[in-house]
Design a protein around this ligand. Sequence first.
Ligand code: UAG
Ligand code: ATP
Ligand code: API
Ligand code: MG
Length: 495
Amino acid sequence: MKVTKLINSLKFKQVKPAITSDFDITMLTQDTREVQPGAMFIAVDGYHVDGHKLAPQAVEKGAAIIVAQKRIDVSVPVIYVQNTERAMAILADVFYQAPSQSMRMIGVTGTNGKTTVTHLIEQIYHDQHQATGLIGTMYRKIKDEVLPTNNTTPDAITTQRTLAKMHQANVETVAMEVSSIALDLGRVWGIDFDIAVFTNLTRDHLDFHKTMGNYIHAKSLLFSQLGNKYTADGTSKVAVLNTDDPVGQEFEQYTAAHVLTYGLNSDAMIHAQNVQIFSHGTEFDLVVFGEITHVTMKLIGQFNVYNMLAAFAAAYASGLPKDQIIQSLEKVTGVKCRFQSIPSDTGVRVIVDYSHTPDSLLNALKTIHTFAEKDVYCIIGCGGDRDHGKREQMAKIAVQDSTKPIFTSDNPRTEDPEAILKDMIAGVPDANVPVYVDRREAIQEAVKDAKPGDVILIAGKGHEDYQIIGNTKHHFDDSEEAAKALALKPVLTKN
Ligand SMILES: CC(=O)N[C@H]1[C@@H](OP(=O)(O)OP(=O)(O)OC[C@H]2O[C@@H](n3ccc(=O)[nH]c3=O)[C@H](O)[C@@H]2O)O[C@H](CO)[C@@H](O)[C@@H]1O[C@H](C)C(=O)N[C@@H](C)C(=O)N[C@H](CCC(=O)O)C(=O)O
Ligand SMILES: Nc1ncnc2c1ncn2[C@@H]1O[C@H](COP(=O)(O)OP(=O)(O)OP(=O)(O)O)[C@@H](O)[C@H]1O
Ligand SMILES: N[C@H](CCC[C@H](N)C(=O)O)C(=O)O
Ligand SMILES: [Mg+2]
C-alpha cells in the first residue's frame, strides 16, 4: 500500500521530513524483531520496553518510515502522532482494507463466559452453513484452520491481519472475545463491531485495572464505541446485555445502539425460567418476547444458561430464526476444559474447569453441589503476577464450598509458589487444607484418595497445556494428568 494513503488516514499528524515521493509500505509492525525492508514501524511505549528507543534498530533492518509519539532521531521520515496505539489501530484497519466492515462482527466481553459464548455463537452460524471466524483465549480460528494466540484479544495489527485473512477466506461472521485489558489499551479501536455482548462482571484483573471502577469503565468501552446504525434491513448495531447484572443495566446508558436484554429475571426481553440442573445437562424454558420454548441442553449449570442466553440473543439480534438457533444450542456438548468431565470407569468423576476467578470458582462448585452425592474435592491454585487480592477469596470459596479442598500451584510465573500458597492460606487461617506445591502430586493424591461417587474439581487451568514457572513454559495438562491418575484406580464393577 502507498505510504501517502496510510499517512492520509491519520487526520492529525506531522511528517518530518515531508514525503517528497510516494512509495510502497510492505508491512506494518510494532516489533523490531519482525521488521522487513519497506516496513512501517510503529513505536509503542510498553510496560517493559519503549519502542521509541528501538526505532534506530527498526531502520537498520529496513523500516522505511516510523510512527512515533516522542521525538526520535532516525534517518527515515517520522510520522508524529499524539498516541501511537490509536494510530496503530487506524493504520492497521486501513492497511488491511477495513475487513471488519465486510463481516458480521460479534464482540463478547465480561469477566466470565467469553470463550464459551464465542464458541456457542460459532456453532450457531456454522449450522447456518456460514463460514465463521473466532478470536479468543485458546486460539484464532479461520473456518477450520486453527492459529495460535498470545492474548485473548491480540494487538491491533495481529487482529486486523487475522480479520483480513478471514475475509479472504469468505468468512461471514466473526465471534471475538474482547478483554477489558484490550479495551483499555485500545487494541480494538479499529474494529467495526455489529453486535456487542456483555456476560457479567465480577472481580478480575485488578493487578492491571487497580480498581473495580476502572475495570467496569474498560468493559463499558465496547458498548460506548459501538456507535449507532439504524436500518430497516436487519444490519443495525445491537448491544446484548445481561441485565441481571447491575453492570449490564448500567451499560444500557452507554450505548447508542439498539439494546437486547437477557437474564433469568423476567424483566429481560429474552429470559430463562424453570431452570433445572442435572449431572449431565440442564433444562429450562426460554422466553423470547413472551413466547416460551422448552430447551434441553447438554451444558451443565446455571452459569451456562446465561451463556446460552447470551449466544441466543446475539444470533437472534442478527435475524436468525429462533428455532434454528435453539437446535444448534441443544446439540453443543461443551467447550474444551470448561466444566469438562474426564471419562473413567472408576466411579470418581473428575471435572476440569477454567475457573480462575472467585465468581467462576463459586459457580463451578455450586453447580457440582446440585448433583454431587458424596465428597467434593477442589484442587485450586492462583496465578502468579496476577491480582493478589483474589487469592484469599478463592481459598475461602474452596474451603466453604467443597468438602475436600486441596491447595496447589497454578502458573506461579515469576512469583515464589510457596508465597502464593501462603496468601491463599491467609484467607482460611483455621482450615487445615492439604497443600501440594506440585500440581501433578495434588491431582494424583486427590484421585488416589477419592471413592466412587466423589467429584473432583480441578480448577484454574482448563485448556492450558503448560505451566509457567519463572519465565519458562513447561508442558502440563490437567486433563492428561487426571486421566493418568484415574488409569491407576480400580475399575468399578457394576452389580
Ligand atoms: C500488559 C500487556 O497487556 N502487555 C502487552 C504488551 O506488552 P508490553 O507492554 O510488555 O510490551 P513490551 O515488551 O514493553 O514492548 C513494547 C513495545 O516494544 C516492542 N518491542 C519489544 C521488544 C523488542 O525487542 N522489539 C520491539 O519492537 C513491542 O513489540 C511493543 O510494541 O504488548 C504486547 C504486544 O501487543 C502484548 O502481547 C502484551 O500482552 C502480554 C503478553 C500479557 O500477558 N497481557 C495480558 C495481561 C493480557 O493482555 N490479557 C488480556 C486478558 C486475558 C483474559 O482475561 O482472557 C488479553 O486480552 O490477553
Ligand atoms: N456465564 C458465566 N458466569 C460465571 N462463570 C462462568 C460463566 N461461564 C463460564 N464460567 C466459568 O468461568 C470459567 C471460564 O469460562 P470462559 O473461558 O468461557 O470465560 P472467559 O470469560 O473466556 O475467561 P478468560 O477471561 O479467562 O478468557 C469456566 O470454566 C466456568 O467455570
Ligand atoms: N487470561 C487470564 C488467564 C488466567 C489463567 C490462570 N491459569 C492464571 O494463570 O492465572 C490471565 O492471564 O490472567
Ligand atoms: Mg476467554
